[in-house]
Structures are given as structure tokens and as C-alpha cells.
Design a protein around this ligand. Structure first.
Ligand code: FES
Ligand SMILES: [Fe+2]
Length: 387
């Protein structure tokens, strides 16, 4: 992150500390029906499939022949690095009769992609290379029967794919300037560590609602991270529908005694980079833990994430260090997930027609409004304009 930007954020935080304030927007509401409807969820899934989403880490597909699969978007995705070093994504569906061409989560050293059913064989660039008994398919045009390509880009050490075939979105333009921040912190070359995947009994959107506000820190996280952070204080910047949320620690007050050129934001803040629609990327000084929340069904989601660290741990000591950091993150996040499930469990009770977001929860409200807008539901009850 440019030093100017760091200084600007720190100034905003120090000003809030003087006046006892935080960034705020308009209070808003979110109808509980958003989290309870099969029909609505289908449209949200369609929205997600049409957008760039994170499907893995560049470090998992670093060499030619390395591959990963990803199924959480509803589209079976295969990502493989070609002999030419180019990373590509395909729908993991054979063009013969649709079997999955590659089974499993990840692997390496592929020279080609052979469907297990009748052995149609594809090159790593997706082209149909061969098939047994080709005389059985006299009219087959091999040129149009390669694996179906998907739009892919690498950024921040992550692999981004648009699951819906035919997308022409410029993924890097979509991700926007937050990528420049993360590049400056070195994430392009970081390694994925300690992957974690679990099912949760709440709507996928509640994970965004919960992680885009600091109003709850002092209470929900009282036994874990609350002491480190300031009560109900953040500075938030929108980049399209993405958010950068800077969460100041108590220690930032000490910067008042230092000249601005010596100010280092990352020493005194954690930063949430929330990439719409579903990726929460928490930057923590010298590493990041991130997860995507995927819809699994009404009131059910799958959380899929890992930690990005500068290099794979080479010693027991390094491993202990990162394991400790990973544990701190998931212990604190575990507290959030318990409450997300708690919220989901009351939504159909009739107690609330809508959830209420206060002024300092405006990023959560803006996220909900962005989903509304993108699935084409106008709802007068939602206001996402910052005051
Ligand atoms: S379905 Fe793949 S070769 Fe037949
Ligand atoms: Fe939290």
C-alpha cells in the first residue's frame, strides 16, 4: 500500500479517536426473507457464477502439470498449468458424454487430461488430442470439442475464475485497486498453508454481514481478540462493491509521537479486503487468512479458506509459529460462526421481519444492497448510501 494511503488511513483513525467516532453510513434494514428462500438463493447462485471468484492459490498450481479442481460454485472447475506456463480453467466435463475428466482435489505432473470413461484425451491447453476408435465419430470436429474454457486470472497469490462459461469480464479490472495494495505487501508470491473447509448452518451472506463491522468486537470477542482492537472503530473504503476495512489496534495511539514518514499502518491495524461477492481476506501484518462463503442450500453454506504465508515453513519452529497464527484466526472466527448459526436459527421464528443495521454497520448493509441490486430485486427498505 502506498505510504500516502497509509498516512491517510492513520489520520482518519486518529481523528476518530479524538472525537470518539468511527466511519458511519445510514442505518438500514435487511428483510429476513433474504435468508430463507429457495427461489432467492437460486438467483444469488446465478449471480455468483457470473462473477470472478477465488478458487485456490497460485502456489497450488505453480508448475506445469499442476492442477486443482473446485466445485463449490455449482460449476465443476478444473484449473491446470500448461507446458507453456499459462494457467487455464475449464469446465471439468468431458465433451464426449460429460464425465468429469479429472477426479480429486489437486495433483501434479499431468502431461495430459484423460477422461476415465472412454479415454478421450485432452492436452493441458484443453484441446482434444485423441480418442479411441475415431472411426466411430466420422463427423466429429476436434477443433470444437476441446474442454470448455473459463475466464481466469491470477492476482494476490490467488486464482480467480468466472464459473459461468463465456464470461468476458476483465477480472483484474473487476478486482480493482485493492489488488495493488496486496501486491505491495508481497502476496503474489505467498504460499497457501493450512487449508480449511467446513459446513455451516447459516446463509452465506451472514458471513459477509458479520465480518464487515467492528460493532461486535468488544462483546463477542471479549475472551479472544477484543483487547487488541478498539471498540466499534474502523475506516472503510468502497472499491466498486468490494470493501477495504481498516481495523485499528489500541497501539496506533503511539504514532502521534512519531513523524509521519515513520508511520506503518500494518503494525497497528488489521485490514479486511472483502472481495464481492464472497471472499473475506484478512491481512494481518505479515500474512493473511482468507475464506470464501459458498451457498450450500437455504440456511446452509460451505466455508473454504486457507492462510497465505511468505514461504512454506522449513523448520519445526516456523511451522509452530504459523500454526499458532492460524489457530488465533480460526478461534476468533469460530466465535463469529457460532453467532451466524444463532442468527439463522431465529430468522423463521417471526420475531423479526427484518434485521437492523446501525450506522457503524453500514458496510454490511451496503453488501446486502449490492446483492439486492445484482440479483435485480429493488427493495425500498434498503438504503446503502453513506451519510
Ligand atoms: S465421457 Fe469422457 S470419454 Fe466418454
Ligand atoms: Fe468477529
Amino acid at each position: 500500500m502506498k505510504h500516502d494511503t497509509q498516512v491517510g488511513l492513520i489520520r482518519r483513525i486518529l481523528a476518530h479517536m479524538e472525537t470518539g467516532t468511527t466511519d458511519r453510513g445510514a442505518p438500514a434494514t435487511s428483510p429476513v426473507t433474504r435468508y430463507l428462500s429457495e427461489e432467492r438463493l437460486a438467483r444469488e447462485r446465478e449471480m455468483i457464477r457470473a462473477l470472478p471468484v477465488m478458487v485456490g492459490a497460485s502456489s497450488q498450481v505453480a508448475r506445469p502439470g499442476d492442477w486443482i479442481t473446485h466445485d463449490l460454485s455449482g460449476v465443476p472447475i478444473l484449473v491446470v498449468r500448461g507446458d507453456d506456463g499459462v494457467l487455464r480453467a475449464f469446465v471439468n466435463a468431458c465433451r464426449h458424454r460429460g464425465a468429469r475428466v479429472v477426479d480429486g482435489a489437486r495433483g501434479e505432473n499431468r502431461r495430459n487430461l484423460i477422461c476415465p470413461y472412454h479415454s478421450w484425451t485432452y492436452a493441458l491447453d484443453g484441446g482434444l488430442r485423441g480418442l479411441p476408435h475415431p472411426q466411430e465419430f466420422p463427423d466429429l470436429d476436434r477443433a470444437t470439442h476441446g474442454l470448455v474454457p473459463l475466464n481466469l486470472a491470477e492476482a494476490c497469490g490467488l486464482v480467480w475464475v468466472v464459473p459461468a462459461p463465456g464470461s468476458e469480464i476483465d477480472i483484474l479490472a473487476w478486482l480493482g485497486p485493492m489488488v495493488d495494495d496486496l501486491r505491495s505487501f508481497g502476496f503474489e508470491d505467498f504460499t497457501a498453508y493450512a487449508p480449511r473447509r467446513f459446513e455451516a448452518a447459516h446463509d452465506w451472506k451472514l458471513a459477509a454481514d458479520a465480518n464487515l463491522e467492528a460493532y461486535h468486537f468488544k462483546y463477542l470477542h471479549r475472551d479472544t481478540i477484543a483487547e487488541l482492537f478498539q471498540d466499534n472503530r474502523m475506516v472503510a473504503d468502497a472499491f466498486g462493491d468490494h470493501w477495504r476495512i481498516t481495523l485499528p489496534k489500541a497501539s496506533i495511539a503511539g504514532l502521534r509521537a512519531l513523524p509521519e514518514p515513520a508511520w506503518r499502518l500494518a503494525e497497528h491495524c488489521n485490514i479486511i479486503y472483502y472481495f464481492f461477492p464472497n471472499l473475506m481476506f484478512l491481512f494481518i501484518g505479515d500474512h493473511a487468512t482468507l475464506f470464501a462463503a459458498w451457498p450450500r442450500g437455504v440456511g446452509r453454506s460451505i466455508i473454504d479458506g486457507f492462510t497465505l504465508i511468505p514461504a512454506a515453513p522449513a523448520t519445526e519452529k516456523a511451522r509452530d509459529h504459523w500454526d499458532r497464527n492460524v489457530k488465533i484466526f480460526w478461534d476468533a472466527l469460530g466465535e463469529d460462526f457460532v453467532l451466524m448459526e444463532s442468527m439463522q436459527s431465529t430468522l423463521a421464528s417471526g420475531a423479526n421481519a427484518h434485521l437492523t443495521f446501525g450506522a457503524s454497520e453500514f458496510c454490511s448493509a451496503a453488501f446486502e444492497a449490492a446483492v439486492e441490486r445484482r440479483i435485480g430485486v429493488a427493495h425500498a427498505a434498503v438504503r446503502d448510501r453513506r451519510s
